[in-house]
Ligand binder design. Structure first.
Ligand code: ADP
Ligand code: ZN
Length: 604
């Protein structure tokens, strides 16, 4: 069977996504591979298809146990024999799977890296014909990655000790150079085929809002989304509790997740969300590593995360089924304070040397500045993200809050000159740079004690912008930063001017402030377009799926994703052959559920 047939027959996909084919071909030809793809990019397929085509067993190393159960049941649904082994299993179940491995029953076996320490497991692997080892979330091997797991360091020795060296296929969504180098070095990949692809997620709409009242904004957003599923990320456990209560009081089916809850409660709320019993999950970043729910249609960040990697990973949990989804970040300047606090007190790297800790801190503060830049840019948000991940792109995507907004322009050259010279004068007076708060106070002629004691009220730029509000001056500062005339030094957040500012100060370059005019809500089209799925049929199919999910005891999206049901509601297949043309319907699922869905289509 070739890869196209496998892709269609087992997974029901008629095409490959960007990068998948190259990675699969590389693996099949025996080459080590390193796929750098964003969350939801379709990494699993890159090793699952070779696993089915190669002789013997494929070992999948993945950090989270909760993911394994889901992935193996999804594979079982597609007619592929897969299993997992971990420490949380009942002894009988564990023995049963071990026996299955001995009998050559499985094509794929999922394990967490800790398993490699287990002697009896290592012994069992010695006797197996392992063709491929897939390492998911490979950044866990690096201290530069977000989730360093020392047990990942054992993988290379484990591989070396096997009687035959299998092909290694590794995957991550992390962008930084250090992490990429560590993965290649520490896993001892041999001439790997390295492929960076698909950071663009065209179905995701990005937007940053800076509302006066975040909670009110959140409520109205969630009401607009109706019964669609979404995640709300907050920076702290307290905030999670508070917001979840507020949403529940407002009659929204919300649940919550953070590391302060008992295992049992976490499992419970995760299941509620997974099985669509609750539509909104309010959570800290502790939620998500193990989540593979494809019908999340929005992710709202109530607070700004610490880095763009974290943001993109969390936001990327929306729209994994390929249907349009929204990623909205609610920004306020207080978020910067919280994020800095979290970086200073993270407790991460407690086992690192003092010097390494300092490096990590500097790196984190630099990443934070890039995150702030995302919140403040008036350019294309997708473009900003893709620049960060090193992928080329068009200048404006047309599908983000900034591309969709209209801007008014205002000349701010005079204000710019006043601000820049004020920063220079303060620096000359004090011998050091200060933060934006103090600069704003000087410009507005504040009478506070600090200003007087520093003698800043004697400067010629004191009181120059006394008619402007703090927010307005902050806007000027943001704009000057965006244009490269100012920058915030990450360590102490002092505001400094760049050499480029000479253009404004001495060469009369004009500066314009662009102000966002909020996008008008788009009118829904009067007539559904011919390719649009039949909404009533889609709802009916969803109901059929829910019922099936209940009897089969699996999450609904494991049966068919929303994208698949929509395609079904569009194509309205009448026969089994037509049903197989629906995206996401493979032969096994068609045989298992085809009748039920065809009947439902006939009834409508
Ligand atoms: P990740 O890269 O995060 O591991 P997954 O492998 O879980 O992503 O894939 C994300 C989603 O994309 C899944 O719902 C999967 O079915 C879908 N998908 C993957 N490859 C394809 C493809 N070639 N065509 C259509 N859908 C695909
Ligand atoms: Zn854009």
């Amino acid at each position: 069977m070739d890869k196209y047939t496998v892709n269609h027959q087992y997974f029901g996909h008629s095409t490959f996504r960007e990068g998948q084919e190259q990675l699969i071909d590389g693996i099949l030809s025996g080459q080590d591979s390193f796929g750098i793809m964003p969350t939801g990019g379709g990494k699993s397929l890159c090793y699952q298809i070779p696993a089915l085509m190669l002789p013997g067993l494929t070992l999948v190393i993945s950090p989270l146990i909760s993911l394994m159960k889901d992935q193996t049941s999804a594979l079982a649904e597609a007619g592929i024999s897969a299993a997992y082994l971990n420490s949380a299993m009942e002894p009988e179940e564990y023995q049963w799977v071990r026996q299955g491995v001995r009998d050559g029953k499985y094509k794929l076996l999922y394990i967490a890296p800790e398993r490699l320490d287990n002697e009896s497991f290592a012994g069992l692997m010695q006797t197996q014909n392992i063709s491929l080892i897939a390492v998911d979330e490979a950044h866990c091997i690096s201290q530069w990655g977000q989730d360093f797991r020392p047990s990942y360091r054992k993988i290379a020795d484990f591989v070396d000790a096997l009687p035959h060296r299998p092909v290694l296929a590794t995957f991550t969504a992390t962008a930084t150079e250090e992490v990429r180098r560590d993965v290649i070095d520490l896993l001892r990949l041999r001439h790997p085929n390295v492929l960076v692809t698909g950071f663009d997620r065209p179905n995701l709409y990005f937007e940053v809002r800076q509302p006066k009242d975040k909670t009110a904004e959140l409520l109205s957003l969630i009401r607009e989304y109706h019964d669609r599923c979404g995640i709300v990320y907050c920076a702290t456990r307290n905030k999670v509790e508070q917001l979840c209560d507020a949403l529940c009081r407002a009659g929204i089916a919300a649940t919550r997740y953070h590391a302060g809850l008992s295992d049992e409660e976490r499992q419970h709320s995760q299941d509620d969300f997974q099985f669509d019993r609750k539509t909104v999950m309010v959570a800290t970043n502790a939620f998500g590593m193990g989540i593979d729910k494809s019908n999340v249609s929005y992710v709202i960040h109530y607070n700004m995360p610490k880095s763009l990697e974290a943001y993109y990973q969390e936001a990327g949990r929306a729209g994994r089924d390929g249907t349009p989804a929204d990623c909205v970040l609610l920004y306020s300047s207080g978020d910067v304070v919280t994020a800095r606090h979290l970086i200073e007190h993270s407790g991460d790297g407690a086992d690192l040397s003092q010097e390494d800790r300092a490096t990590v801190r500097t790196r984190d503060l630099r990443r934070l500045e890039q995150m702030i830049g995302y919140c403040k840019t008036t350019h294309c948000l997708r473009g900003y993200l893709l620049d960060y991940f090193g992928q080329s792109h068009t200048s404006a995507c047309g599908n983000c809050g900034n591309c969709k907004s209209e801007y008014t322009r205002q000349d701010m050259t005079t204000q710019a000159q006043m601000i820049l010279s004020c920063i220079l004068r303060v620096k000359a007076r004090l011998g050091f740079y200060v933060g934006s708060g103090l600069i704003i106070d000087v410009l507005r002629g504040s009478k506070n004690q600090r200003i007087r004691s520093l003698g800043l009220d004697q400067l010629s730029t004191y009181n120059l912008l006394n008619t402007e509000s703090k927010d307005n001056i902050q806007r000027y500062l943001d704009r000057l930063t965006e244009l490269g005339y100012l920058f915030t030094e990450p360590e102490h957040r002092t505001l400094r001017i760049t050499r480029q500012s000479d253009e404004v100060l001495r060469r009369g370059k004009t500066v314009e402030l662009t102000k966002k005019v909020l996008p008008q809500p788009t009118e829904p089209p009067a007539e559904p377009s011919p390719q649009a799925p039949d909404e009533a049929l889609f709802q009916a199919l969803k109901a059929v799926r829910s019922k099936l999910a209940q009897t089969e005891q699996v999450p609904a999206y494991i049966i068919f994703s929303n994208a698949t049901l929509q395609d079904m509601a569009r194509k309205k297949p009448q026969t089994m052959a037509q049903l197989l043309q629906v995206s996401g319907v493979g032969e096994v699922k068609a045989a298992r559920y085809g009748e039920i869905f065809l009947n439902a289509i006939n009834r409508e």
